[in-house]
Design a protein around this ligand. Structure first.
Ligand code: SF4
Length: 293
């Protein structure tokens, strides 16, 4: 899709290009992690996970292993995943399905997710939530996935409190469980023009946080996300490599070649590992709550 805020695009011509993970690597990684008490699998691709050619095998393996999938999708639900059968199998295999949202109008949606279609995206989310409701009433003790929106806030979107309020209102009306509000993140290598166009000023982030705290008081939708992290805590409390455990210290990130990383800070993975933003002492992610899903 070439979404402008994607970390891969922010690398300015440097390829990541690790290719698709062979399913044998998936199977081995899950097998090893099960011995260590694996609690969930997060298929994270810097692309659309539902396009992974072995995704149905992954779901089946997780179901058989009794491990839920924690899915983040762009909401396009390609191929069979957009059918009722496909959505129902996702709802049964996942603990949470987060659908990304980077704009809430035809215009902003197609700018931020080129090739996407806002009306289709909305209708997919509405169908998914409706199916989750019927699955819950039919499934008895079987768990059914919660549905979240993962909203990326940026200059062309966030200052418009009307759009933010519209999302919250729509989410509540259709029965979304939670919204994660995350200000857009930029690598140190991001083009200046991209940052100028889309990065929020600290004052704008603060104003939005205050508005959302007010909106959320009267909303049934749980509001979370990095918008609510307190950067001042990062400066005060050492963690990760500085000694106190990082909130992500119980996660393993397996790359397509089977190698493993422990730290999800995008500056380390995609940007410049030597830059200040790659240090634990500067990392906003250390303010994430330890209980995540
Ligand atoms: S850089 Fe951030 S996410 Fe990575 S280990 Fe340090 S605190 Fe954790």
């Amino acid at each position: 899709m070439h979404c402008p805020l994607c970390f891969l695009g922010q690398r300015q011509g440097r390829n990541f290009g690790l290719g698709e993970m062979p399913f044998a690597t998936v199977r081995a990684a899950i097998g090893n992690a099960l011995k260590e008490g694996l609690r969930e699998v997060i298929p994270s691709t810097m692309g659309e996970p539902l396009l992974y050619s072995h995704f149905s095998e992954l779901l089946e393996l997780c179901m058989v292993s009794g491990v839920p999938v924690n899915l983040t999708t762009n909401g396009s639900f390609p191929g069979t995943w957009g059918t009722e059968l496909g959505m129902r199998s996702l709802l049964r295999a996942c603990s949470d399905i987060k659908v990304s949202c980077m704009g809430f109008s035809e215009e902003s949606f197609s700018e931020m997710m080129p090739g996407g279609n806002f009306s289709r995206w909305k209708s997919n989310v509405e169908r998914l939530v409706s199916l989750a409701r019927t699955e819950r009433s039919a499934s008895g003790a079987q768990p059914v996935s919660t549905i979240s929106l993962q909203v990326t806030l940026h200059k062309k979107f966030a200052p418009d409190a009307g759009a933010v309020h519209s999302i919250l209102h729509w989410a509540q009306s259709i029965g979304i469980d939670r919204i994660k509000w995350n200000p857009a993140v930029f690598l140190s290598s991001a083009p200046d023009e991209l940052v100028r166009q889309y990065a929020l000023e600290p004052g704008e982030i603060q104003a939005l946080k205050s508005q959302l705290v007010q909106f959320a008081k009267s909303s049934k939708v749980r509001c979370e996300g990095s918008l609510f992290f307190e950067p001042s805590l990062a400066a005060q409390e050492p963690c990760g490599e500085d000694s106190i455990p990082c909130p992500f210290d119980d996660e393993l990130w397996v790359l397509p070649d089977g190698s493993v990383q422990h730290c999800p800070n995008p500056e380390r993975r995609y940007g410049n590992p030597a830059s200040p933003a790659a240090r634990c002492s500067q990392c906003l992610m250390r303010c994430a709550p330890r209980s995540k899903f």
